[in-house]
Design a protein around this ligand. Structure first.
Ligand SMILES: Nc1ncnc2c1ncn2[C@@H]1O[C@H](COP(=O)(O)OP(=O)(O)OP(=O)(O)O)[C@@H](O)[C@H]1O
Ligand SMILES: [Mg+2]
Length: 227
């Protein structure tokens, strides 16, 4: 489902990813770990074409990214199949929780409103927030907002979900709520790549762990081997 071959990316002439190779199986959960500045977010952004790269290749969910800028059509098709959840939840503040979740299916996939709504209610139920459908994001806790962001990404029925430190802005209780949702997704067979500093969570959820150090893969292996 995910194949990264000798991915190399420079910023201001300095390599931030240096011949990184890794793979992720369908239904697998890959944890990306490593110190601050090691290139975890950059790698994740390269996986869905938010960042371009100078050498190597990325294949993900049947889409292939090449060095340099990729045609808009390739990126659009890729992003339908690859969802991303960020550290900051980035919900649309002027829309209700429900409308945040239905917006992309309605506008991008042209899903009829009633169907998008019923799917969104199911997804909000799955993340424990069905009763918040009519609320505005600002009235929710950080953990609740992050769970809405996860429901919003899932609404596109992505083949792969990417998470960049999804709990780093949250206190321990809210962190646990969000991690439980991600563990449930893992159990349901959702292919994911998760950047995390939380080794306990990685042990619970990850099938494969990739450790970056200074832009290179320092080690990779099963969670049991690595952590
Ligand atoms: N927009 C940018 N412009 C220039 N350099 C950048 C930019 N974003 C990141 N970098 C540099 O690229 C390197 C990798 O950064 P990246 O954000 O991928 O690290 P990270 O492993 O995600 O770190 P953290 O754990 O702190 O989030 C760092 O040296 C960083 O300073
Ligand atoms: Mg980062």
């Amino acid at each position: 489902m995910i194949q990264v071959e000798s991915l190399t990316k420079h910023r201001s002439g300095v390599p931030v990813l240096d011949a990184v190779s890794m793979a992720g199986e369908e239904g697998g959960v890959t944890a990306l770990v490593g110190p601050s500045g090691s290139g975890k977010s950059t790698l994740l952004r390269c996986l869905n074409g938010l960042d371009c790269f100078e050498a190597g290749a990325v294949s993900i969910a049947g889409h292939r990214l090449a060095p340099g800028s990729n045609p808009g059509g390739v990126l659009e098709a890729l992003r339908r199949d690859v969802g991303m959840v960020f550290q900051q939840f980035n919900l649309f503040p002027h829309l209700s929780v429900l409308d945040n979740v239905t917006l992309a299916p309605r506008t991008v996939l042209k899903t009829p409103a009633a169907e998008a709504r019923s799917r969104a209610v199911d997804l909000l139920d799955r993340v424990g927030l069905k009763s918040f459908a009519a609320a505005r994001p600002a009235t929710l806790s950080g953990g609740q907002q992050q769970r809405v962001a996860i429901a919003r990404a899932l609404a596109m029925q992505p083949r792969v979900m990417l998470f960049d430190e999804p709990t780093s802005a949250l206190d321990p209780k809210m962190t646990a709520e969000v991690l439980d949702v991600i563990v449930d997704l893992a159990k349901a067979g959702q292919t994911m790549v998760v950047v995390t500093h939380d080794h306990g969570f990685a042990k619970r959820a990850a099938t494969w762990v990739v450790e970056l150090a200074a832009g290179k893969v320092a080690r990779q292996g099963t969670a049991a081997e690595m952590l």
